[in-house]
Design a protein around this ligand. Sequence first.
Ligand code: AMP
Length: 450
Amino acid sequence: MSKTEKPVAAKQPARPTIKAVRGTRDLLPAETPLWNRVEATARAVFARYGFGEIRTPIFEATELFARSVGEETDIVSKEMFTWEDRGRAASEKNASLTLRPENTAGVVRAYIEHNLGESGALQKLYYIGPQFRRERPQRGRYRQFWQIGAEVLGPPSSGADSPLRDAEVLEMLASFLDELGVRGWRLELNSVGSVEDRAKYNVALREALDPVKAKLCLDNQRRAETNPLRVLDSKDEADQEIINALPKIADFLSPDSRAHFDQVLAALDACGVKYHLNPRLVRGLDYYTRTTFEFTVPSGDATGLGTQNALLGGGRYDGLSEMLGGPRAPGIGFAIGEDRLILTLQAQAEADGASVAASKLDAYIAPLGLAQNPAALALAKELRAAGLTVEVGDGSFKLRKSFEIADNIARNIVLLGEDEVSTETATVKTFATGEQQKVATNELQSHLRI
Ligand code: AMP
């Protein structure tokens, strides 16, 4: 550097920071214990009902979702993260790929691809993982969100289309929510009939919508053209009166569909699972047939969810396997919005005044002086191997600083000075009692567990 040149580093503007993409978020250690509890409960409950875990890829061929979820749905028409693959192999060139917006299509694809129906046995599969939709982010609605879901499917001989399966899935969900301690959940239930019933209903719906269409909001006018069933999903205040007066799907169910639904209700009654019939619950995905359902929690502050109060949704999809080129494999499934379930649990715990404070470590080991660092790390190794939760400080810290940190994160502080190391002891202070004593190293484990 010449004499006239000045160092430039100090003058450079600070680089802008990089933030998580809108609609995505980080889950920090203060929150993840609750996520883990929810997932562990799901795994335990689902296992009791004979479900096994399946993990499918996070991206799939775009056509999988177009064919199953449906071209005209909001999800496929405007919410998918889709890109053209730049793979070099001829088979990969220009392939259209999509981050999964939901997981049922992937599970059914895997069922077909691995001939899971071949044995004739009923398949009970569950998954836990992120899904992706380009939605307008708000509380309880994200672009990357988590779903815990399950599917029951199999060849007709496996009894996969039995109403008993619908009721079993619903009863399992009720038990899961109860076991987690979710209060005030409500099961909304409907039957959208067979594909044929729905086709007849669609004709009637179009006829009824025709003279009133112009009075609806623009979104509903579009839906009335492309997918009239979706008008029933609309929450637009001004359109409610017109929507409530539209024909009901219940009046278009064939005797078979009616009998199936009645048997679902009878089995739920036998299990003591309460439900509310909601003739407008048609759900946004094309593949649903017969039973459809949603579990909601009361909206508002008590749940922290506002208008996004649907905790989970699902239904029967008897024709989905065939839509994807597979064998007949009736099925029923659901997807729980894990983010919303967590928000509900947090809000309900807060309303109870329950503290959600993270549990404290068993011990914080404070080496007194750098020379004690190796002995401190070796002691931490031993205690951790015995199953204790331990953090180690650093010999450069002042005693006061070590105490401050330890008091925040641990139940005990273990002081290791030169004297302690040479006599194979440690000085332990228990914060709750204020008691401080010398403990032989070989008795530390039992001392710290109390
Ligand atoms: P769906 O796959 O649309 O039937 O959604 C099933 C459940 O996933 C819903 O009831 C929500 O709880 C949850 N969910 C759907 N979309 C989102 C989103 N963008 N953010 C958070 N949760 C969502």
